[in-house]
Design a protein around this ligand. Structure first.
Ligand code: PEP
Ligand code: MG
Length: 862
């Protein structure tokens, strides 16, 4: 075993498990040297060796080692040579609160004069003062207080006078022989270390290193750099430097980029070597002496953002320093959240009033003028647009309903005071990738709100931020936003790699409009797994057509309205087929309770009549109002909803199906796109419903129910097609316990199942997804629930899902199964879904990256 380890550029490490013997600092230096990096030369000795070696042998080793450094640097302890200065530091095999260190060892009354003459007086005497003080405190037993008093006496005098005072009044016997200084310091460090008997058990070493410095003509530069930007991860050297003699003067500090290009190029190479070795961003302290860079110290960065971590690991993977698998396993899927959404620049809101708390319904940050109704928000938006002003608007309401979707679409965020994670506003916001908060402490007044005793008027600017790590925050005033670029920040690379480990599991999006579809595709979705069609009826005054359809008694009008609906729905689906070109799109036929499409008050009724002159001419206002009232329900979520609507008003499902087929054919023939439409029936509870909605029924004396297959037949006839131009799969949403328990029967008529776990949780647990928040805190505080069952799958729901898949596959082994509730973007739920044999995951576009990563990690773990 070696008694001494030389720190010398290019020197290979021959011994194993050395870090246990020489500690981290020493090991770091040997590693850098072995990487052929320009470390400052020196040597390392274990404390046990220093203690054990006979003094003569120890001296011999020191002499030889100093000679080696002298040869390497051209400096020496002898008179007449440029003075050699050393740094001595303890390198323990544990973390110490403060590590003993001594700087500028080697200076004495003579060499300090030489240094002052040939280099810089201020630097020379400051260094000597530091040495005298450090040496005397550590090894000569002089108290700190003595130096504090001396400093007070010397205040205002220059470093030279200061040194003279120390040497005449405080430390009269300061050793002048550099070798003696070195010996005393090394023995002293060992002695001090072993004052604590427990340290006998913990090996350590003493590291001695050369301190570079320049000459008067060619002053040395001291600096520090990080191998890339610590905040953004951008692979660009960051740091600063100054001339050694100006170390204490912040005004003399310059940006790293002002260094010579040759040195910068060398630092680039050093950075690449370090990152390739440590697989992380690193910090390097350096000195440039006569144009030569030397590393003085090197270490990791303590606090890194996920952004930085992603960028560096992505670069390391691209350069093959880490494998794809290592890259994929380096992130918890939820960590991606902060890389997908905009964030607030904290400096821009430092002095603003903010309110923290509530429930984060949808992640991200935004800023905009708040409006308390959809109508006002839309008017304000268009006014701002026409006047070329800031169009950002935020909807703030107690809760939102179907008619508010437009406001969430147009707006940049939504804040509600009621509801929970799976309430209407968060679901819509999540699918659109817009931030949403449920903040209960808001009182709505006429034209203003009160939040935490503060008044906010309609039209005032508010900012909001929801992250996955902190409580959501609402800030009064404008914030500056920062937007992610997934191509640049490494997320895209991660997703591309992760998709290679999908193992056949498809990741679909819950998307029903072009923006969502494009976003999903950008994140790597394999298609659309849930196209919620109710939103399509809420665009551009279409709601009036649906209202007319529901209550007109005129069959001719019904036909006209249906034709009109078919035209615009076709155009909506056509756009989706084009965007998702060649991918599968699963369209869920109308699900929302009819109740949600009805006028809510007199104003809306009048508005409806003004849009429907034909209806108004056929029926009186009172009759129309009565018809609407008849459709109103006490408990719409369990009422005239989902496939119940398809059975009571078959023409609605027929027109939707026809539009899907028309659009698919158009995309296929006009744009040569491969289309894979699937039609999904919501809230199925029995095989009879499924059978009827799929196959139709002949009814005596009434118009027949076509069912999806009947509509396909009609479509072929209309288009004079002999063969079906594309396959249309028909499936069921399993979102009621009744459906899960009769899964084997339903599977006879369904090619796929999509588990709607929002409703399945709601109906299994008997909990309203919109009203859970009033008691959720009590349930989690008292440990009845570990978490919100609308975010984590509750055990009974899991049992139903697993049992439904097991029993259904006995009847139909090739049944495709997936999940499309909000749980689908939860990595733990995804793991569970894969375990029970699901084939796909469908979640909101911004959940797609998380799902892709969670699937890959699950597959890599088996
Ligand atoms: C569900 O219930 O899980 C689902 C996806 O449908 P929705 O949220 O639209 O009711
Ligand atoms: Mg549902």
């Amino acid at each position: 075993m070696n008694s001494i380890f030389h720190i010398q550029q290019g020197q290979k490490i021959e011994e194993v498990d050395l870090e246990e013997r020489i500690g981290m600092t020493g090991m770091s230096m040997l590693n850098l040297a072995a990487m052929d990096l320009p470390v400052s030369p020196g040597f390392i000795m274990e404390v046990s060796k220093i203690e054990e070696l006979p003094q003569k042998a120890f001296r011999r080793i020191l002499d030889a080692s100093i000679q080696k450094i002298a040869n390497n640097t051209g400096k020496g302890f002898e008179n007449g040579k440029p003075p050699l200065m050393l740094k001595i530091v303890l390198s323990p095999g544990m973390i110490l609160e403060s590590v003993p260190i001594l700087q500028y060892l080697g200076l004495n009354n003579q060499s300090v004069q030489d240094l002052a003459r040939n280099y810089d007086s201020n630097f020379a005497f400051s260094a000597y003062r530091t040495l005298i003080e450090g040496f005397s405190k550590q090894f000569l037993g002089i108290e700190q207080q003595t130096f504090d008093d001396a400093r007070t006496i010397c205040a205002g005098s220059d470093p030279k006078a200061h040194c003279e005072y120390y040497l005449t009044q405080v430390v009269r016997d300061f050793p002048q022989n550099p070798y003696s200084q070195l010996e005393i310091a090394m023995y002293g460090m060992v002695k001090n270390y072993f004052t604590d008997p427990l340290n006998r058990e913990i090996p350590a070493s003493v590291v001695v290193q050369y301190i570079p410095y320049g000459s008067r003509d060619n002053p040395s530069l001291v600096g520090s750099l990080t191998t890339r930007n610590t905040r953004t991860g951008e692979p660009k050297l960051n740091g600063n430097f100054c001339h050694s003699e100006f170390l204490d003067d912040p005004e003399k500090i310059q940006e790293l980029q002002k260094l010579d290009q040759r040195i910068l190029d060398e630092f680039e190479e050093i950075a690449a070597t370090l990152e390739g070795h440590f697989l992380d961003i690193r910090q390097v302290d350096f000195v440039i002496e006569a144009g030569k860079a030397r590393i003085i110290q090197e270490k990791g960065i303590e606090h890194k953002s996920v952004v930085t971590k992603m960028r560096i690991l992505s670069d390391l993977q691209k350069n093959q320093h880490i494998s794809e698998e290592e890259f994929i396993n380096s992130f918890a899927p939820k960590e991606l959240n902060s890389l997908l959404h905009s964030t607030i620049n904290p400096n821009s809101v430092k002095d603003k009033i903010s309110f923290q708390g509530g429930i984060g319904g949808s992640l991200g940050a935004t800023c905009g003028r708040v409006f308390f109704s959809t109508k006002k928000l839309i008017d304000a938006y268009w006014k701002a647009k026409n006047e070329n002003r800031d169009t950002r608007v935020i909807l703030m309401k107690k809760s939102t309903f179907a008619e508010d979707v437009q406001a969430v679409e147009i707006g940049s965020g939504v804040i509600t005071s009621e509801g929970g994670y799976t309430s209407h506003a968060p679901i819509v916001a999540r699918s659109l990738g817009k931030p949403a908060i449920i903040y209960p402490d808001i009182t709505f007044k006429d034209g203003y709100i009160v939040i935490g005793r503060r008044k906010v008027k309609e039209g005032q600017f508010v900012s909001m931020e929801i992250t996955s790590s902190d409580d959501p925050v609402i800030i009064l005033g404008k914030a500056e936003l920062e937007y992610p670029d997934i191509e640049q920040n490494g997320v895209k690379n991660l997703l591309e790699k992760a998709k290679q480990f999908a193992g056949g599991i498809k990741i679909f999006a819950n998307a029903d409009n072009p923006d969502e579809a494009k976003q999903a595709k950008l994140f790597g979705a394999d298609g659309i797994g849930l196209c919620r069609t109710e939103h399509m009826f809420l665009r551009d005054n279409r709601i009036y057509d649906l209202r007319e359809l529901l209550i007109t008694r005129n069959p001719e009008r019904k036909k006209i309205v249906l034709e009109k609906i078919r035209t615009y729905l076709t155009s909506d689906f056509y756009e989706l087929f084009n965007i998702m070109s060649g991918m599968s799109i699963t369209v869920r036929l109308l699900d929302a309770p009819l109740h949600e499409f009805l006028p809510t008050d007199e104003n809306e009724l009048n508005e409806t009549l003004s849009h429907l002159p034909d209806l108004a001419s056929e029926q009186s206002k009172a009759e129309i109002s009565r018809s609407f009232n008849r459709l109103k329900e006490t408990n719409p979520m369990l009422g005239h909803r989902g496939c119940r609507v398809g059975i009571s008003s078959p023409e609605i499902y027929d027109v939707q199906t026809a539009a899907i087929l028309d659009a698919a054919l158009k995309a296929k023939t006009e744009n040569n796109i491969r289309v894979f439409p699937s039609i999904m029936l919501p809230l199925i509870m029995s095989q009879e419903e499924m059978y009827l909605l799929k196959n139709g029924q002949i009814l005596e004396g009434k118009e027949n129910v076509n069912g999806v297959i009947g509509v396909i037949r009609k479509f072929m006839k209309e288009n004079k097609l002999e063969r079906q131009p594309f396959e249309v799969r028909i499936g069921a949403m399993i979102e009621l316990p009744a459906a899960a328990l009769s899964a084997a029967d339903i599977a006879k008529h369904a090619e796929f199942f999509s588990f709607g776990t929002n409703d399945l949780t709601q109906t299994t647990m008997g909990l309203s997804r919109d009203d859970i928040n009033s008691f959720l805190p009590a349930y989690t505080e008292m440990d009845i629930w570990k978490s919100d069952p609308f975010q984590e799958l509750a055990e009974p729901v899991k049992v139903l899902v697993a049992e439904a898949i097991r029993s259904a596959r006995q009847v139909r082994p090739d049944l495709q199964t997936g999940i499309c509730g909000e749980h689908a973007a939860n990595p733990d739920v995804i793991k569970y879904c894969l375990n029970v044999g699901m084939d796909y995951i469908s979640c909101s576009p911004f959940g797609i990256p998380i799902a892709i990563l969670a699937v890959a990690q699950s597959n890599l773990a088996v």
